[in-house]
Design a protein around this ligand. Structure first.
Ligand code: HEM
Length: 419
């Protein structure tokens, strides 16, 4: 029987302000108050559907029912995504482009990335040992910028490192911002795109020859379904789609450090435990802390789901944070407990810090394995290869500002290497 018209509805002209005010909790708060995993609202002046939970995630990732073209707000394209990147493609064009991304995610390439990450951590920590204090978030971004560029075959001059770190950081730090911070993000994207386009032109001219297994080489020479090379602008956006999110792992490194600080018993378990426990800890960091709040798509054609009518063109938001904190999926979701992953029933839709579903057939994050590998190296370094102290500071983090980063960005002092 059709339930059409009975979807719980948030009354009012527009609720964009509630979304800005409630941040990561907006969808989850409404899901709780409606006692429903799905509700209708109005965002950015348009009707929108918000949903969360395992079943909703499975629906959202059905590419027969939802499309990505024109789904992301302009301000996100101007800062975080860039124009005409993989995020906004559908169907065969998406699959073909996504294969290009997944082609650099082989075990061999991931192991090369692990080695580079270890080297960059050791170099940075050696430097920190000479300093009174360092701000871990800023330092981690630089470690990751260096790591990402080396892994992706992108040549960088030492004199460019500081500026590039700040451009790549600003692109994701401004993703949820309005006003001056948004403009800083746009400017950062323009600068980074210009720089990357020049590199791609140089690869094509033969004046730069990155190794053939790297993103810079592969994306520069990738051919579209029509046989043409990617437009320079698009190839630049896609190489940036590798470097930028690797730099963003600095946020997870801050949350790893925070978890080690707030849960000292976990530090002991990790030191006594094996690699399996370290992996469980990392999964729990990805589940527990806020990062990407939701993803957006448009309804591709009219359909009915669980009796609810979905109309073609309706903006739909899938609650990532709320699904990772859904009591239907997780016992005591607001407790930090790595052990929950010991006999976890793995599902592509219940644990979605980096999106859900399938990598090639869908829009699940291309860099999930990269993220986990870099987090593993970073955890091991913080735990076993250095000692440090955390002086008094504001370690709180916002559930409203997107992306959320501990307020002090975690200042550490008295760094000593154990190796
Ligand atoms: C820093 C931690 C990261 C988080 C929280 C994260 C999160 C996400 C999310 C939520 C999506 C969207 C999923 C969807 O649209 O359904 C996504 C897509 C994507 N991510 Fe990540 N990501 C991270 C790291 C990475 C890394 C390290 C890379 C590359 C090395 C990467 C590359 C991508 C790409 C290319 C897409 C677009 C996939 C597509 O549209 O098919 N991400 N990520």
């Amino acid at each position: 029987m059709s339930n059409a018209g009975k979807m719980p509805k948030e009354e009012g002209i527009d609720h964009s302000v509630s979304l800005i005010r409630e941040g990561y909790m907006y969808i989850l708060n409404k899901r709780r108050s409606f006692n429903s995993d799905i509700f209708e609202t109005r965002l950015l002046g348009k009707k929108a559907i918000c949903m969360g939970g395992k079943e909703a995630a499975e629906l959202f990732y059905d590419s027969e029912k939802f499309k990505r073209k024109d789904a992301a707000p302009n301000r996100v394209i101007q800062t975080l995504f860039g124009k005409n990147g993989v995020q906004a493609l559908d169907g065969q064009a998406h699959k073909h482009r996504k294969e290009m991304f997944m082609s650099i995610m082989s075990p061999k390439e991931l192991s090369r990335l692990t080695d580079i990450t270890k080297k960059q951590w050791a170099l940075a920590a050696t430097r920190w040992a000479q300093e009174d204090q360092v701000t871990l978030y800023e330092e981690a971004k630089e470690i990751l910028l260096r790591t990402a560029c080396e892994w992706a075959g992108v040549p960088v001059q030492e004199s460019e490192i500081k500026n590039l770190t700040s451009y790549f950081g600003a692109m994701f730090e401004s993703a949820g911002a309005i006003g001056p911070k948004h403009w800083m993000g746009r400017n950062a994207r323009n600068q980074a795109e210009e720089w990357m386009q020049e590199l791609i032109d140089n690869v094509r001219l033969g004046t730069i020859t990155p190794p053939e297994n790297t993103a810079l080489y592969r994306f520069s020479w990738h051919r579209e379904l029509d046989g043409n090379l990617l437009e320079t602008e698009v190839a630049a956006v896609e190489v940036i789609n590798i470097v930028r999110p690797i730099v963003a792992i600095a946020i997870f490194i801050n949350f790893i450090t925070l978890a080690l600080h707030h849960y000292p018993e976990e530090r002991k378990k990790l030191q006594a435990g094996d690699e399996k426990y370290a992996e469980m800890f990392i999964q729990e960091v990805r589940r527990y802390y806020p990062f990407f709040p939701f993803v957006t798509a448009l309804v591709k054609k009219d359909f009915i789901w669980n009796g609810y009518q979905f109309e073609k063109g309706t903006l739909t938001l899938l609650d990532l944070y709320g699904t990772n904190h859904d009591p239907e999926i997780w016992d005591n979701p607001d407790v930090f407990n790595p052990a929950r992953f010991s006999n976890w029933q793995e599902s592509p839709f219940g644990f979605i810090p980096q999106g859900g579903g399938d990598y090639v057939g869908g829009h699940r994050c291309a860099g999930e394995w990269v993220t986990i590998e870099i987090m593993k190296v970073s955890l091991n370094f913080l735990l076993n290869q250095m000692t440090y102290e955390i002086p008094d500071q504001d370690l709180s983090y916002s559930m409203v500002n997107i992306p959320s980063i501990p307020r002090s960005k975690i200042v550490i002092e008295n760094v000593k290497l154990k190796i």
